[in-house]
Design a protein around this ligand. Structure first.
Ligand code: MGD
Ligand code: MGD
Ligand code: SF4
Ligand code: MO
Length: 695
C-alpha cells in the first residue's frame, strides 16, 4: 500500500525551476532518496536529472555548516552565529550612520519561498529603512511582467493551467528551450501533438525543443518584434484576425494595424532571416486555428527591447482573438523555482506585497497598517537590479550589501564591472548553502538551510501556490533564512516587527498584506493548499476556490479591455561589426542550473556538463580553423571568456551560443552587454557582438 510504503516520506517540491515538480523524499538526510510524486498533477511523477540528483546537495561535503567571518589576515574563518550577526548588525548600523539608510542594499532571489521573499522586503523597509532592494528576477521575468501588466492588466506568467497546452491546436513558442529547461513539460507538448496539434518554435538554434517542433523559425538574435509584427502583417492582409473580439475586448488596435502594415514579408525576411514561406506558414497555422497559444521564454525577453518584444506577441494573440478563449492565449514561462511568487510580495525595488506599488499612497497605507509601522517611515522606490549592483561602492553610494538567494558574481551581466563593484563595497554579507563566487568576496557568510529543511510556499509557473515541506531538520549550526532575518532584525532593534511563531505565521501576515492587491493570497491557507494540490491566485476569500484561468469576462485594466501597443523593431544595443563580427547569445544546458553553485557540485551533473561548450556553426568554425573540442576565447568589448568549441549545424552561422553556468574565466557574463530595457530594466543577455580568438 502506498500509504504505508510512504509513511515516513515527505511530499515536497524540487528546489530548482518554476515547474516545481512534486517529489517525495525518504531516508536520512545524508542518503536521502528522491522519487517523483505521481500524485502531483503538474509533473505527474516525472523529474529531470537535476531533480533526481537534488538531494545530493543536502549532505554535500562543501556545504556551509557554520558562519564565516573575515579575519584580520583577510581569511574567511568559522565563527559563532552571535559573532557573525553582531558583525553584520554593526556593519549595517555604521553604514547607515555614516552614509544614510539607502547606503545599505539588499539583493534577493526568485528561489526564495513566498515567506522569505516577503520577509526580505519587509526587512529592507522596516529593519533597515532602505529603498534599495531588488532581486535576480529582474534578470529573468521582468520584461514579460511589465508587458503583461501594460497589455492585460496583470502579471501572472501563465493565465491558464499547463493542462491547457495539451488541447491547443497551434502553439508558438518564442525563445524557449523547455526540452532542456523544464523537461517534464514536454509531456504536455507530446499530448498536444497526439491530439493533432502543431508546435512552432522560434530560436536562433535548432534546440532539442525546436527539433520536436513542426516548424522551426531560425531567427536572427534580437529580431523577435520584427517576426511578431511580420506575422501580424500577414494575418491582417489575409483577414485572419478576429474583428468582433478586437472590438469588444480590446482597445488601441488602429495604431498597431498601421505599424504592422510596414512589416511586409520581404522586409521581415531581411531583418529576421526567416524565409517568407515559413512566415506565411506560421501565420496561416496561427490564423486558422480555433485554439492558438503564444508562449515566450527568456530568448525573446532578455533583450534591451524585451518589453516591446513581449507586447508584440501579445498584440498577435489579441488580434487572433485568443486571449481568454479555451486552450488559447498568451503566457510566459517563468524560470526560477519561485520566480512567480518572488515577484509579487515586495522584494522588488518598486513594490510592496500583493503586487502593490510602493509609490502608491493607498498601497503604503494598507501595508503600514498591516505592519503597524508608520507610513511616512516606509522608503520609496529604489534602484533596479543591475543599477543597484552598478551603484555599489563609494561612487554609486551603496556601501554595504546583503545578498540572499543569488550569485551575482556569476549571473549578472558585464561581470568584470560587477566584480569591481562588489570588491569596492565596505561590507558584503552573503547567505548561501555553499561558498558561492559571490560569498567568496564577503566579509560575513551565513549558512542557510536548504529546501528540504524548511517550511513554506512556492508559486509555480501557473500561479499555483504549493507547499514546500520540511523533510529533515537543518544540520546543527545552520539556520533557516527566516530565522536569520528575525535574529538580525532583533539586533537592529526591530524585534517587534520580526517575531513569528512559524513560517505559517509569516504566510498569514503575507495573506493580510496581499488582501485586495493584484496578487491576492488572502484566501489561501496551508490546509487549503494541502487539500487541493495547490491553489491558484488570486484567491480573495476563504470560500474562494482560486483562479486557474484569468480574463474570462474582462481584463483587470481601468476599462476592462486588453490594450494593444504599437511596437517598432529596433536593432540590438550592440550589433556585429568589423571588430566583433558574430552575434553572441547565452542561455542554459540541461544538466546545470543558473550560476551553478548547486549543480556544479553534483557529480552526475558535473560529469554530464563539466565545462562550457560554445555552440558554433560548423561552417563558421572551419573559417577559424576550429575543430570540435578546441579551447578558444570569446571576446567582446567588455571582456573575454575561455570556452570549448562544440561544432554543430543547428545554430545560425552568424551566431555563437554560450551557457552561463560557469564562473571566473569561463563566465559568459564577462562578455554580456548590460544595456537595459527602458521599462523593465532587463539586461540584454541574449544579444551582443563577439569575436572568436583561436588559441
Ligand atoms: N537546465 C536548466 N533549466 C533551467 C534553468 C537552468 O539554469 N538550467 N534556469 C531556469 C530559469 S531561472 C529560467 S529563466 C528558465 C529559462 O528557460 P529558457 O527560456 O528555455 O532558457 P534559455 O536557454 O535562457 O533561452 C531559451 C532560448 O532562447 C534562445 N534565444 C537566444 N537569443 C534569442 C533571440 O534573440 N530570440 C529568440 N526567440 N530566442 C533566442 C536560445 O537559443 C535558447 O535556446 O529555465 C529554468 N530552467
Ligand atoms: N548570460 C546570462 N546570464 C544570465 C541569464 C542568461 O540567460 N544569460 N539568465 C538570468 C536569469 S533568468 C536568472 S534567473 C539569473 C539567476 O542567477 P542567480 O541569481 O545567480 O541564480 P542562482 O545560481 O540560482 O543563485 C542562487 C544562489 O543562492 C543560493 N540559494 C538558492 N536558494 C537559496 C535560498 O533559499 N536561500 C539562500 N540563502 N540561498 C539560496 C544558491 O546556492 C546560489 O548560490 O541569472 C541571470 N543571468
Ligand atoms: S523540471 Fe525543474 S522542477 Fe522538475 S525536476 Fe527538473 S529542475 Fe526540478
Ligand atoms: Mo530566470
Amino acid at each position: 500500500m502506498a500509504s504505508t510504503e510512504f509513511q515516513h516520506d515527505t511530499a515536497t517540491h524540487c528546489p530548482y525551476c518554476a515547474f516545481q515538480c512534486g517529489m517525495r523524499l525518504s531516508g536520512p538526510r545524508d542518503a536521502a532518496v528522491v522519487a517523483g510524486d505521481a500524485d502531483f498533477p503538474v509533473n505527474k511523477g516525472a523529474l529531470c536529472i537535476k531533480g533526481w540528483t537534488a538531494a545530493e546537495a543536502l549532505a554535500h561535503p562543501e556545504r556551509l555548516l557554520t558562519p564565516l567571518v573575515r579575519d584580520a589576515g583577510g581569511q574567511l574563518v568559522p565563527a559563532t552565529w552571535d559573532t557573525a550577526l553582531d558583525r553584520v548588525a554593526e556593519g549595517f548600523r555604521k553604514t547607515r550612520t555614516d552614509f544614510g539608510a539607502d547606503a545599505v542594499g539588499i539583493f534577493g532571489g526568485g528561489s526564495l519561498t513566498n515567506e522569505k521573499a516577503y520577509l526580505l522586503g519587509k526587512f529592507a523597509r522596516v529593519a533597515l529603512g532602505t529603498a534599495n532592494i531588488d532581486y535576480n528576477g529582474r534578470f529573468c521575468m521582468s520584461s514579460a511582467a511589465a508587458a503583461g501588466i501594460r497589455a492585460l492588466g496583470i502579471d501572472r506568467g501563465l493565465p491558464f493551467p499547463l493542462e491547457d497546452i495539451a488541447q491547443a491546436e497551434v502553439i508558438l513558442l518564442a525563445g524557449s528551450n523547455v526540452a532542456e529547461t523544464m523537461p517534464p513539460i514536454m509531456q504536455y507538448f507530446e499530448a498536444q501533438r497526439a491530439n493533432g496539434g502543431v508546435l512552432v518554435v522560434s530560436d536562433p538554434r535548432r534546440t532539442k525543443t525546436a527539433a520536436a517542433a513542426d516548424l522551426h523559425l531560425r531567427l536572427t538574435p534580437g529580431t523577435d518584434a520584427a517576426l511578431a509584427n511580420g506575422l501580424l502583417h500577414l494575418l491582417i492582409r489575409d483577414d485572419l484576425i478576429d474583428h468582433d473580439y478586437i472590438r469588444e475586448r480590446t482597445e488601441g488596435f488602429a495604431r498597431v494595424r498601421q505599424v504592422a502594415a510596414t512589416y511586409w514579408p520581404e522586409r521581415v525576411e531581411r531583418i529576421t532571416g526567416v524565409p517568407e514561406a515559413e512566415l506565411l506558414q506560421a501565420a496561416r497555422l496561427l490564423g486558422r486555428a480555433s485554439a492558438a497559444m503564444i508562449l515566450t521564454g527568456r530568448g525573446a525577453e532578455q533583450q534591451a527591447q524585451g518589453v516591446s518584444n513581449v507586447l508584440s506577441f501579445i498584440n498577435l494573440a489579441l488580434a487572433l482573438g485568443k486571449v481568454s478563449r479555451p486552450y488559447s492565449g498568451y503566457g510566459c514561462l517563468t524560470g526560477q523555482g519561485n520566480g512567480q511568487g518572488g515577484r509579487e510580495h515586495g522584494q522588488k525595488a518598486d513594490q510592496l506585497p500583493g503586487y502593490r506599488l510602493i509609490a502608491d499612497p493607498a498601497a503604503r497605507q494598507h501595508i503600514a497598517a498591516v505592519w503597524d509601522f508608520p507610513e511616512d517611515e516606509l522608503p520609496g522606490p529604489g534602484k533596479s537590479a543591475y543599477e543597484l549592483l552598478d551603484s555599489l561602492g563609494p561612487q554609486g553610494g551603496i556601501r554595504a550589501l546583503l545578498v540572499l538567494g543569488s550569485n551575482v558574481a556569476v549571473s549578472a551581466p558585464h561581470g568584470n564591472n560587477i566584480r569591481e563593484r562588489l570588491e569596492s563595497l565596505d561590507f558584503l554579507v552573503v547567505a548561501d548553502f555553499f561558498l558561492s563566487e559571490t560569498a567568496q568576496l564577503a566579509e560575513v557568510v551565513l549558512p542557510a538551510a536548504q529546501w528540504a529543511e524548511e517550511e513554506g510556499t512556492m508559486t509555480n509557473l501557473e500561479g499555483r501556490v504549493i507547499r514546500r515541506r520540511r523533510a529533515f531538520d537543518p544540520p546543527a549550526g545552520v539556520l533557516t533564512d527566516l530565522e536569520l532575518l528575525e535574529r538580525l532584525a532583533a539586533r537592529l532593534g526591530r524585534e517587534q516587527w520580526f517575531t513569528y511563531a512559524s513560517p505559517e505565521a509569516v504566510f498569514d501576515e503575507l495573506r493580510a498584506a496581499s488582501a485586495g492587491g493584484a496578487a491576492d493570497y488572502s484566501g489561501i491557507t496551508y490546509e487549503k493548499i494541502e487539500a487541493n494540490q495547490g491553489v491558484f491566485w488570486p484567491c480573495p476569500s476563504m470560500d474562494h476556490p482560486g483562479t486557474p484561468r484569468l480574463f474570462a469576462y474582462s481584463f483587470p485594466t481601468p476599462s476592462g479591455k486588453a490594450r494593444f501597443h504599437p511596437v517598432l523593431h529596433r536593432p540590438a544595443a550592440e550589433e556585429p561589426d568589423e571588430e566583433c563580427p558574430l552575434y553572441l547569445t547565452t542561455g542554459r544546458n540541461l544538466a546545470q542550473y543558473q550560476s551553478g553553485t548547486q549543480t556544479r557540485r553534483i557529480a552526475e551533473l558535473d560529469a554530464m556538463a563539466p565545462e562550457p561548450l560554445a555552440e558554433i556553426n560548423t561552417v563558421t568554425a572551419e573559417r577559424y580553423g576550429l575543430v570540435d573540442g578546441d579551447w578558444l576565447t570569446l571576446q567582446t568589448r567588455r571582456g573575454a571568456a575561455r570556452v570549448r568549441a562544440r561544432l554543430t549545424d543547428d545554430i545560425r552561422p552568424d551566431t555563437v551560443f554560450a551557457p552561463f553556468h560557469w564562473p571566473n574565466e569561463q563566465s559568459a557574463n564577462l562578455l554580456t552587454n548590460p544595456a537595459l530595457d527602458p521599462i523593465s530594466r532587463m539586461p540584454e543577455f541574449k544579444v551582443c557582438a563577439v569575436r572568436i580568438v583561436k588559441e
